[in-house]
Design a protein around this ligand. Sequence first.
Ligand code: PLP
Length: 441
Amino acid sequence: MKYPDIKTALPGPEASRLIAIDSAHVSPSYTRVYPLVAQKGEGLWIEDVDGNTFLDFTAGVAVCSTGHCHPRVVEAIKEQAEQLLHMSGTDFYYTPQIKLAEKLGAVLPGDSAKKVYFGNSGAEAVEAAFKLARWHTRRELNIAFFGAFHGRTMGALSLTASKSQQKKHYHPFVPGITHIPYAYCYRCPYGGCYPNCGIECVHWIEDTLFRATMSPEEVAAVFVEPIQGEGGYIVPPPEFHRELRRITEKWGILYVADEVQSGMGRTGKMTAMEHFGVEPDIIALAKGIASGLPLGAMVAGSAIMDWEAGSHASTFGGNPLSCQAALATIDLLEGELMANANAQGARFIEGLKELQKLYECIGDVRGKGLMIGVELVKDRTTKERAGEWRNDVIRRAFQKGLLLLGCGENTIRLCPALTVSREEIDVCLSMLAEILKEVAG
Ligand code: PLP
């Protein structure tokens, strides 16, 4: 069994030297929670600039879905790099972008014909969805959810309601967006208890919102993460998306699924929405789509993507290297990785539920496939959030060589590469047990 190997105090001498230069020259707006300076990666393993080896359960924030530097992805990029680096899909045609659009149309759910708009990031995919929804419906209002993260450009940030820090000093935002509570059953915002709640969180839209402040005929789209990501890896109950879809269909409102974090095999299906049996009108994809190369895709039914030439574009969007990396990624997902995400994800959740029996501070374990959240609380009855403990767990894990991230206020986010092995999950579980004992035992 391979374990992390930490040879220096952390950060090591070379990492400390580089971080000092970074502080002088790089934007201070980033949110580094511990001082990892990565040098190279293979599978789930990252070596830093001082030769320390870490086990990565972040996958570069749910991006390196096929593991770091998967040989087939690297090969696809190398081959493309010798052919064509850039030509701009905005003004010209090239094969990788065409092939990827065709492939995405085939692997995404639903039988209807689809078209793809290519950008470079999650925010750009959401931004494109936002504009297309306005274009197609000629309506001005939109609904999004508290806890949602849709990106940091002004349109996507206007839809975001995750942390007020992300919006501080940037007002005013795009008008016409109403945020409503998400289906966070562990802390039901309506005080209900699933399954006896009648899915109040959805019915409230028609019963209150549409009666009091919003005419449904003026709503262009509902933007929703199938499973909330940055908000805390929150899995809604099965009826949530189905009921929401029913309402949007009734009023001619577009259903935009932000699958930037949950999509591309992360939950064991190509899109997380497939777990809920709902076919959205528009899907935003990025992160895991190209195993680490920058790519965003906004996919819509062909009848919906009816904007005209010149209405939206991006110089770098759909770069040939990124498209080839995405084609190789999809091949790997279909070949074995979605199945592995299902199998290992189930084992991982089982192992975490065992830990929950031992550690009172684990209030909730939830997830699908390899998108798993562990919510820490000070008290299981009051559910007082243990945000400081969560941060302490993450910092201690780093010192021991396990890379983790948080999400929400007090949740540990577990999103390893979909190549993760049984042994790597066992190492993570035993390290987590040791750290939880230190922090809250
Ligand atoms: N949408 C979701 C659900 C996300 O999780 C993120 C990033 O975390 C984004 C959009 C924004 O993606 P990017 O950082 O690539 O712009």
